[in-house]
Ligand binder design. Structure first.
Ligand code: MN
Length: 235
């Protein structure tokens, strides 16, 4: 008689675990959730028509399987004529909790990456105007290209240094991590009041000014000082 196994039988094959590569390693970082903070650099808040006065941060989410790593091509998404780049630093958590303070939050950071919060700006704008959710503008396939992660055990916790993006060699976005309205440990602490954070959660920490549209064939190169670089071609 066949012995019953411990393994769960699923009615369809389970979806693959979303994950990110790690610099200098064949190991991977498994991703549970993808959070993003909005308007975290004053100059970008102004360019989007908002008051950059320090008010409570707001968050939205992308899907873990929206992450695009180790790919050279970002496929131009459907149903949009205005797709924007937003260069951001990504943080990856090795643990979680609720109601963390900033020091506890920093201790949970496993590493950092360079990511793009690709945005269907026309669909996001329509959603904003109608008071609808942002997913259609933010959480689409391949909407979060990301570099390999750099472990905090090697690079520390960058809170100052250049963050920039070029399109076809021309500088489009340029800022400094020091310009973040909500610093990385602060934003994680605030996020943990609303959601129970867990190991595998990643957070995109906001974009400096200079967001703009991309076109097929454009080459995007992003960099965060002390963290790494990301290069992608719009397909
Ligand atoms: Mn963003």
């Amino acid at each position: 008689m066949a012995r019953k196994t411990e393994q769960t039988d699923y009615v369809i094959p389970p979806p693959p675990q979303a994950s990110l590569p790690i610099r200098g390693s064949t190991d991977r970082f498994p991703v549970r959730r993808v959070y993003c903070i909005g308007r975290n650099y004053a100059a970008h808040a102004v360019e989007m028509g908002h008051d950059p006065t320090k008010e409570p941060p707001f968050f939205f989410q992308k899907n873990p399987d929206n992450l695009l790593s180790e790919a050279e091509i970002f496929p131009f998404p459907s149903e949009s004529r205005d797709v924007h780049h937003e260069i951001e630093m990504l943080v990856a958590l090795s643990g979680g909790g609720r109601d963390l303070d900033p020091a506890q939050a920093q201790a949970l950071i496993w590493g950092y990456g360079v990511a793009l919060d690709m945005t269907r700006r026309d669909l996001q704008g329509a959603a904003k105007a109608l008071g609808r959710p942002w997913e259609i503008g933010k959480a689409f396939e391949h909407s979060a290209p990301c570099s390999a992660l750099a472990p905090a055990s090697e690079i520390g916790h960058p809170d100052t240094g250049a963050i920039w993006l070029t399109v076809n060699g021309e500088l489009r976005q340029s800022g400094d991590l020091a310009q973040m309205i909500w610093k990385t440990p602060e934003m994680i602490a605030i996020l943990s009041r609303y959601f129970e954070l867990r190991a595998g959660d990643v957070i995109l920490t906001g974009t400096p000014a200079g967001v703009g549209p991309v076109a097929e064939g454009d080459v995007l190169e992003g960099h965060v000082a002390g963290v790494g670089s990301l290069r992608i071609t719009i397909g």
